[in-house]
Design a protein around this ligand. Sequence first.
Ligand code: FEO
Length: 170
Amino acid sequence: MAPNCPEEVDVFTIPHSRMKELVKKYLNMVSEINFADISHLTNLLENLVNTFKEFKAHEQIENKYIMKKLKDKLRTLSVRNTAVCNCHSDNQLTDILELVQDGYKCTQKTEVDRKNFGTKLRKALEDFTETFIPHMEEEEEVFQPMLIKYFTTDELRRIKFKVLEKHFCQ
Ligand code: FEO
């Protein structure tokens, strides 16, 4: 959570709790799974497809209801900040989803192929996690204070309402 951020205007902590819960779940699954077992692998892949689609939706909600508004506000005030423009610019989510699709092809292949895929997938998930967790921290510790600085409490209440509605009520 952003330091000294009142709950009513905290737009990140609740969605991020859900994202962190999903991270914990796939890390547990991937540490225990026997990749040679097709049913284990299929179960993991289904979980990852759902998880990474949820991450993608999270990113799109943030882009539309937080970052775009922040960018517009900064532009109006003639404040330059490239971090706001770049914070969701890489393709890591798409890359993982593509890797997961490759995993389905492994269900038709040999045990060795599935084990090799497992090594690759584990590494990709570890790399993703190593950037995703700090990314969320950056949003909480850098962008949340900017939001508080440039938006009114009423504006932030409305943004938070929309962000939570889009995450949890659709
Ligand atoms: Fe909240 Fe951009 O992840």
